[in-house]
Design a protein around this ligand. Structure first.
Ligand SMILES: [Zn+2]
Length: 421
């Protein structure tokens, strides 16, 4: 079950060490490259029999025999053997499934490749099977799993120090604190006081430039944040924002400048408290924008939309989806039932309609008989979301708290998609 966790609702999990470790690992894995298309990513769904996976890997092994480049062929086959050796110790994927990354990581010179293998038990059940051999690892599904909302940059500054942090969902990571070395004010009088002021101005200018450089690195390059909140005591923060220290594309990400009692790391924690409402509002504003865009398309170009579960599943199968909008507590279920009259196995997919009511109306699609027996019923929400992610679509969870969600839920079964073309 996924939810868009509005920022701070999970403050108590701020120190969820495991999650932070896993995020760091993913970041590291993302940076790794193979010398050719030889890095293997394998997602095994929860509860899947390992024997099945072994069969697939064996066939991948023999297919890899066709790879022309000798070293690549060698690397792929060795990696597959290594994965199989490790999988032997499992007979079933763990409760949440298993993610495997393996391959020879390119070194600084040809021949310096080093074999690495990672087995990761994901934090939530995986519903999709994926095998990929590429020049990089496919971490996106795992990443999306850890994502619980937008990413924000937090900066707390004054003349003495500046701290930089990233807030993602409930997870706060303090990145760095830098100091200016500017001495306190009012140390001398008269002539030397003026000179002293000038030196301080120069030092402050240098310090702001450093702050600007860090922000570019942390919020544009290393991470793509959805917004930045800046705070601190006194006028420094405004001098900085009004000055020419950051490029325009970073400046437009600033969603608020807030007065604080502290700077540095303490300032960051204060910013979390004071910025709470602001950030929640931004989160909702973004969702509203997505909704407006959807409603506009509904009016102007409805062919670009898939509405309701069946249409969405259809465009997923056609691999034609650019955005998936889903109300946060939607549940999509697949029910299979057998007709007692003609023995046909039917299936039906349901959304947020009250399932009970729908069940009472189940009919055989062949003979129309109402004498049916339900054989299975399962939640396929995650499968649908995972598939959209795998196809490169952006997934947007709509909070229950915005009024439009209710109309998406009642009119479109809580799920709509925007097509690629
Ligand atoms: Zn029938």
């Amino acid at each position: 079950m996924h939810e868009i966790i509005l920022v701070f609702t999970l403050m108590s999990e701020l120190n969820s060490g495991e999650l932070i470790k896993l995020k760091r690992l993913i970041k590291e894995l993302k940076s790794k490259e193979g010398r050719g298309t030889e890095l293997i990513s394998l997602y095994i769904p929860a509860g899947r029999q390992i024997a099945d996976i072994m069969d697939v890997l064996k066939s991948e092994y023999s297919q890899a025999g066709n790879i022309k480049d000798r070293t690549t062929r060698h690397h792929v086959q060795e990696s597959l053997v290594s994965i199989m050796q490790r999988l032997k110790f499992f007979n079933k994927a763990s409760e949440n499934g298993l993610v495997v990354f393996a391959g020879y990581i390119a070194g600084n010179a040809p021949g310096n490749e080093k074999f690495e293998i990672y087995l990761i038990e994901p934090p939530k059940p995986i519903s999709i099977y994926l095998y990929r051999c590429d020049s990089h690892f496919h971490t996106d599904i795992l990443e999306e799993m850890l994502k619980v909302g937008n990413k924000y940059g937090l900066v707390a500054i004054d003349r003495e120090e500046a701290s930089f942090a990233i807030l993602e969902g409930s997870n706060l990571e303090i990145l760095e604190t830098i100091t200016s070395g500017i001495p306190g004010k009012h140390r001398a009088g008269g002539q030397s006081a003026r000179r002293f002021e000038r030196v301080i101005e120069i030092l402050a200018h240098e310090f702001y430039k450093r702050i600007g450089e860090r922000m570019v690195k942390y919020y544009l390059q290393d991470n793509k944040v959805d917004g930045i909140v800046l705070g601190g005591p006194g006028p420094t923060k405004n001098d900085f924002v009004d000055g020419d220290y950051i490029p325009a594309d970073l400046k437009k990400l600033i969603i608020g400048v807030i007065d604080l009692g502290y700077s540095g790391e303490e300032g960051i924690y204060e910013l979390l408290q004071r910025g709470k409402e602001l950030l929640q509002k931004v989160e909702l504003v973004k969702q509203k924008e997505e909704m407006d865009n959807f409603l506009k398309l509904l009016n102007d170009d409805p062919k670009k939309l898939a509405i309701g579960i069946k249409e969405v599943i259809n465009v997923l199968n056609q691999k034609n989806i650019s955005k998936l909008l889903i109300v946060e507590d939607s549940i999509i279920k697949k029910v299979e039932y057998i007709c007692q009259n003609c023995n046909t196995l039917n299936e039906e997919i349901f959304g947020n309609d009250p399932l009970l009511k729908v069940k009472q109306n189940l009919k055989c699609k062949i003979c129309g008989s109402e004498n049916i027996k339900i054989t299975s019923e399962r939640d396929i929400t995650d499968e649908i979301v995972d598939k959209a992610i795998e196809l490169g679509a952006e997934v947007i969870y709509l909070s229950k708290n915005i009024s439009e969600s209710e109309s998406i839920r009642s009119n479109f079964q809580g799920i709509v998609a925007i097509l690629k073309y």
